[in-house]
Design a protein around this ligand. Structure first.
Ligand SMILES: O=C(O)c1cccc(C(=O)CC[C@H]2O[C@@H](n3cnc4c(=O)[nH]cnc43)[C@H](O)[C@@H]2O)c1
Length: 250
């Protein structure tokens, strides 16, 4: 399986790469945007065994913060890759919805939702579907997300299979948290890139999934409570079983 992992920032990309068991960076491919895709060959990867080539199995890209940067980075990587990808993963730290997704836990997306892609009206929020154009939800393959979540749980880390919201503005008030929770009662996490990555993947006919390691709780802003280091460690741990099990499949 060839996998493109898209993070926002380099620290997240390093955590992902650090979790890819038994491999180091093999090559890097600069994109016209100035970003770099770093390629990793998983040890014993079946494709490499078959071809004898150093074909990369997992490519990691730090594309920038926000859905637009993520979409541009992912789309450019997909369009310029010398081989087709089988899966795109949006990965990074994120806000967790309490009590479902505590600090340091993981959330695997059973849907990737653009939570602010719509219209505000006196009668409430309308998603783009109700405005008559576009889409605000991508649904990853259920069998794949179940296996990803199960693999992550095997590390001992709590892992929720739930909707992951994409927002352009980090939630920082109780009122906004309540609004999002009312609209998405099962939401596990929010981030700022997943929907952009999923749109790019969909344009290339490749399935996409999002994985968030919870660094902070969605709610009133409290910088002292952020656990970014813990979340980056959890992200690294989560990618270990993905690289030893799921990504090795043909
Ligand atoms: O200044 C703040 O209050 C604040 C709170 C949380 C996160 C930020 C960021 O600038 C990080 C954005 C970056 O990290 C992801 N992320 C992490 N936590 C959240 C969150 O609670 N809501 C949305 N995104 C989050 C995000 O994907 C970005 O890549 C600032």
């Amino acid at each position: 399986m060839r996998v493109l992992v898209v993070t926002a920032v380099a620290a997240e990309a390093h955590s992902v790469a650090g979790g890819l068991v038994g491999c180091a960076a093999r090559s890097s491919r600069p994109l016209p945007s100035g970003h770099t895709v770093t390629s990793h060959l998983l040890a014993g990867h079946a494709l490499a065994r078959l071809t004898g080539s150093a074909a990369p199995a997992v490519d990691v890209l730090a594309a920038g913060v926000g859905p637009a940067a993520a979409a541009v980075g992912a789309a450019t990587a997909l369009a310029t890759a010398p081989y087709p990808y089988d899966l795109v993963v949006a990965a990074g730290i994120g806000g967790g919805f309490a009590p479902r997704a505590p600090l340091g836990s993981l959330v695997v997306s059973d849907s990737i939702v653009a939570a602010d892609l719509g219209a505000d009206t006196p009668d409430g929020y309308l998603p783009v579907e109700e405005l008559g154009f576009g889409r605000s939800v991508h649904t990853p393959p259920a069998a794949l997300t179940a296996r990803l979540a199960e693999a992550v749980r095997g590390t001992g880390l709590p892992c929720l299979l739930a909707p992951v919201l994409t927002v352009s503005t980090v939630t920082g008030t109780a009122a906004r948290t309540a609004e999002l929770t009312a609209r998405h009662p099962r939401a596990g996490a929010e981030g700022m890139e997943g929907f952009g990555v999923a749109e790019a993947a969909a344009a290339h006919g490749v399935p996409a999934v999002e994985i968030r390691a919870v660094s902070n709780t969605v709610g009133p802003r409290d910088r002292a409570a952020w656990r970014i280091g813990e979340a980056l460690d959890a992200l690294r741990t989560a990618f270990e079983p993905l690289s030893t099990r799921i990504f090795r499949e043909e």
